[in-house]
Design a protein around this ligand. Structure first.
Ligand code: HSE
Length: 294
């Protein structure tokens, strides 16, 4: 028996939505899980981009997540062959790890005849990743906001205006999420909290209406980007170049270093080219992709 799972990249945070908002993008990793006759056996086959950084033993994240579901069910993990075809570059802020977590859980749940609901899968995925804003869009697609209170996790879909596309500029250097989290302060001023609260309102309304001023200012934040931009050479110039070429707003995708611009569909190529050229002046090679919301 085999199950194939195609999981989208995601851009987390989108500016002020730190650790709560993310959008799925039309760039995918594909995972094929086939059961092997010997219990506990594991065979992992990798192809595509950045695979030299992935392990093919029991530490592989897709396998760990697959096993985690069987552990949760109190069942032995069956032997499995996992073929992974990677299209999403690693450690660039595009939720590549989230794709492995979601694929492992979804495949195991399917092979175990779906004992867990989608909400339970989502909660398990968030527990493995530690934050919700990549795994939720990776599992559900679209743009979502996730929050947790005494009532547990709550997921809310964010309407996305049809004229807006995301352009992602992916530089050829890595930035570990752990390093990009370590640089953040442990507390914030009330003024900074108010700034982010008001800007997430602007961003949500900007995404819904396509209003350029709301989108541009709605991607500003004071919780993570002012600190993280110091880890991204050329950040201010690339952002400025994107805005001058017609981007409606620009933010760090996830923990970076990828930058995501929101663009009217007819300006995608110009904005992507401007970001590539600007980063080139810092000696950084960039792939710019005009994508869609998955
Ligand atoms: N919200 C997380 C962070 C996403 O910004 O650290 C990491 O991809």
């Amino acid at each position: 028996e085999a199950v194939r799972v195609r999981t989208p990249a995601s851009a987390a945070n989108l500016g002020p939505g730190f650790d709560c908002m993310g959008a799925a993008l039309t760039l995918y990793n594909e995972f094929c899980f086939s059961l092997l006759p010997d219990e506990g056996s594991l065979d992992i086959d990798l192809k595509g981009i950045d695979v030299v950084h992935l392990t093919t033993d029991a530490d592989n994240l897709a396998y760990k997540s697959f096993k985690r579901l069987y552990d949760r069910l109190g069942k032995k993990t069956p032997g499995v062959k996992i073929e992974i075809d990677m299209e999403i570059p690693l450690t660039r802020g595009l939720g590549s790890s989230a794709t492995a977590i979601v694929a492992g859980l979804v495949a195991a749940n399917h092979l175990a005849e779906s004992p867990l609901s989608q909400t339970e899968l989502m909660e398990l995925a968030i527990a493995i990743e530690g934050f919700p804003d990549n795994v939720v869009p990776a599992l559900l697609g679209g743009c979502h906001l996730a929050t947790k209170d005494e009532g547990g996790w709550l997921i809310c879909d964010i309407p996305w205006h049809e004229t807006i596309i995301p352009v992602v500029a992916i530089p050829n250097f890595e930035l570990s999420t752990a390093d990009a989290r370590r640089i953040l302060p442990s507390g914030y001023d009330r003024q900074d909290a108010i700034f982010n609260i008001s800007h997430i309102g602007l961003l949500v309304r900007g995404l819904e209406t396509g209003n350029p001023e709301w989108l541009k200012r709605g991607m500003e934040d004071r919780i993570h980007q002012p600190y993280r931009k110091t880890l991204i050479p050329g950040y201010d110039e690339v952002k400025q170049a994107a805005i001058e070429a017609g981007a409606l707003g620009v933010a760090i995708s996830g923990a970076g270093p990828t930058l995501i611009a929101f663009v009217n569909a007819d300006r995608g190529t110009e904005v992507g080219t401007a970001m590539v050229e600007s980063w080139k002046t810092h000696g950084i090679h960039v792939d710019a992709l005009s994508l869609m919301l998955d």
